[in-house]
Design a protein around this ligand. Structure first.
Ligand SMILES: *Cc1c(COP(=O)(O)O)cnc(C)c1O
Length: 331
């Protein structure tokens, strides 16, 4: 890894490999053959409610421990899955955790924030800030911690450093072992590290990223991370990237995502989240419709987690409550 050098160290946080499960009922509902679609269960990573950030945090925390860190500091939205899993990782490894979150106390108290509290994280509310404002707030918090004698390790948004992406380069190798005939893996694109790691191992032709609207330049973010990870240069145009699922913005619920949540729930009994994995499945659905994902080939939907975020999303919670069919006790 050009920016870090040497072989990265791993802090064990989960049990690997994650399962690769068939999804025949969902496959048929999408218009694929029953054996065409499999789900890579990166939601089943065990630690702290699970999700894709665990793989990244194994390498990020491995480096933090090697550098003598005492405190993990990271940032995100109030409903950040990454912040929640950083809080859990800190507890597992005996490190303090400070989360610098966008918004204000009382904006939201459910979903991921319930678990942040359970895992003993300390939260700093950064107010209504942009991405760069949030990063600056986190640097300030880390500086204050250092002045008080802590050794902070500052983890970027979504854990999408080159080291974090390295975790998903490893996932790509694991996936090839489970599905050597892989044609396309479909993944939600947030801060970019997950797609970057997969592209580094599998090449840009096998990874379909569905942008969730978390960063202004998703293609450039992904190619930049790949280059920082391995030195490999891909043009942004060489990526398979869909930007048709962003809707009104990152945290908003789109009809396509809500439909995808319902579809996965009612074909496979699998819960997706409104912000990331719902968009990933909606993007896959659109890709089957326009022919960029075809029947007769092995497609994998990467389930990157996010279930606590479903409970923290007011609009999605309301829609699920409306969908509950209530029968009378006596007819
Ligand atoms: C963070 C996240 C993603 C996106 O991963 P990135 O590496 O940030 O692009 C996808 N799904 C869930 C549930 C996430 O929490």
């Amino acid at each position: 890894m050009s920016s870090h050098g040497g072989t990265p160290r791993r802090a064990a946080l989960a049990t690997w490999p994650t399962p690769l499960e068939p999804a025949p009922r969902l496959a048929r509902a999408l218009g694929l053959g029953a054996d065409d679609l499999w789900i890579k269960r990166e939601d089943l990573t065990g630690l702290g409610g699970g999700g894709n950030k665990v793989r990244k945090l194994e390498w990020i925390c491995g480096a933090a421990l090697a550098e003598g860190a005492t405190t993990l500091v990271t940032t995100g939205a109030a409903q950040s899955n990454h912040a929640r899993l950083t809080a859990a990782a800190g507890q597992r490894l005996g490190l303090d955790v400070v989360l610098v979150l966008a918004g204000a106390a009382g904006d939201s108290a459910s979903g991921n924030l319930v678990l942040d509290g359970l895992f003993g994280a300390r939260v700093v509310w950064a107010g209504d800030v942009s991405g760069s404002g949030l990063a600056a707030a986190a640097r300030g918090v880390a500086e204050r911690l250092r002045e008080r004698g802590a050794v902070p390790a500052l983890i970027p948004l979504g854990g999408s450093s080159p080291l974090g992406a390295y975790g998903y380069a490893e996932c790509g190798r694991e996936l090839l072992g489970q599905a050597p005939d892989l044609d396309t893996v479909v993944v939600a694109l947030g801060s970019g590290g997950t797609m970057a790691g997969l592209v580094d191992t599998l090449g840009p032709g096998k990874v379909l990223g569905v942008d969730c609207g978390a960063v202004p330049d998703p293609a450039g973010t992904v190619t930049g991370l790949v280059t920082a990870l391995s030195g490999t240069v891909h043009t942004p145009e060489s990526l398979r990237l869909r930007r048709d699922q962003v809707g009104a913005g990152y945290s908003t619920l789109t009809e396509e995502s809500m439909d995808a949540l319902t579809l996965a729930g009612r074909t496979e009994g699998i819960a997706l989240d409104p912000v990331y994995t719902g968009r990933a499945l909606a993007g896959l659905r659109a890709a089957v419709r326009d022919g960029s994902v075809a029947p007769g080939r092995r497609t994998v939907l990467l389930h990157s987690g996010g279930l606590p975020g479903l409970f923290g999303h007011g609009d999605a919670v309301a829609r699920c409550q409306e969908a509950l069919t209530v029968l009378p006790l006596h007819e």
